[in-house]
Design a protein around this ligand. Structure first.
Ligand code: CU
Length: 292
């Protein structure tokens, strides 16, 4: 992409972001200093991931305390000083059956909600819109295949990390919602409360499109299209990073998703259809998603 075009896009991106600065005080999905837990959920998938994680933590805690108590009991009761003649016990059938069967039930109890969640995360059958994410060394291209320009071209644009100089020019209010190293020139814009099907592909090496607050992490692999989805339930800007090491600038291809109201999204998409960001169809052929 030519420098002039990129600068133009940058301008539009920055203007859009400023327009979004009102942003209804939306959430800014970034990690916080001292954060102990997972990201605050912004999708049903992430809500369920957090719930499963918390549930597992309880199970692990109870098991760990139980084993600790048993060990303390054994260490005290069967200490050498109180047992000059050691016990000769080698078997206890009931106990052995119990410590085999009980963990099986615990693991099944964990596996059932875990698999249900895996399938829930896998794909949506009721997509309100589809976005194709194409990874490159070292930026992302977003294609809105539901939005066509007057010339019948797919609305698509590249998303680069803001260079330090460009970031420094942002108004202070924007700097708070668009942190350095996460802010991009053109954010992925999606409507709130909408099932967004995400198709992920790559043109060079493996990358991974990940947004922690959405509970989404999908590998971008050359030669195939992976699918995932999210339904953002909060307005705001949510950040992620490429999560598959992909070369020297792996750390500098952040992901920014701006979730706006449906009315705001209509305005944005109408502008994109007429004003710009229109790019020719992608140069690479992406294989269709395999039916399942
Ligand atoms: Cu990467």
């Amino acid at each position: 992409m030519g420098a002039a075009v990129r600068n133009g896009l940058l301008g539009i991106g920055v203007a859009l972001a400023s327009a979004g600065a009102a942003l209804a005080q939306g959430t800014v999905g970034v990690p916080h200093p001292g954060q102990m837990n997972l990201s605050e959920p912004a999708t049903p998938v992430m809500e369920r991931l957090v719930a499963l994680h918390t549930g597992l933590l309880w199970i692990i805690t109870v098991i760990t305390l139980f084993v600790l108590a048993l060990m303390v009991y054994v260490m005290v009761k069967f200490r050498a000083s109180a047992n000059p003649v050691p016990s000769q016990t080698t078997h206890h059938t009931l106990l052995e059956v119990a410590w085999t069967v009980l963990p099986i039930f615990i693991l099944i109890g964990i596996a059932i909600p875990s698999f249900r969640l895996l399938y829930f995360m896998d794909r949506t059958f009721e997509a309100g819109m589809t976005v194709k994410v194409v990874a490159h060394q070292w930026y992302w291209t977003y294609e809105y295949h539901d939005l066509k320009t007057a010339k019948n071209e797919v609305v698509s644009f590249d998303s680069y990390m803001l260079k330090k100089d460009d970031w420094a020019k942002l108004p202070d209010a924007d700097k708070r919602t668009r942190p350095w190293l996460l802010a991009v020139d053109n954010e992925l814009v999606v409507p709130v409360d909408t099932n967004v099907r995400v198709l992920v592909a790559s043109t060079d090496v493996m990358h991974s499109w990940a947004v922690p607050a959405f509970g989404v992490k999908q590998d971008a692999i050359i030669g195939r299209t992976n699918e995932t989805w999210f339904k953002a339930t909060k307005e705001g800007v949510f950040y992620g990073q490429c999560s598959q090491i992909c070369g020297k600038d792996h750390a500098y291809m952040p992901i920014a998703v701006r979730v706006v109201s449906k009315a705001e999204f209509e305005k944005w998409s109408a502008a994109r259809k007429t004003a710009g960001f229109a790019a020719p169809a992608p140069a690479i052929e992406i294989a269709a998603v395999a039916p399942r």
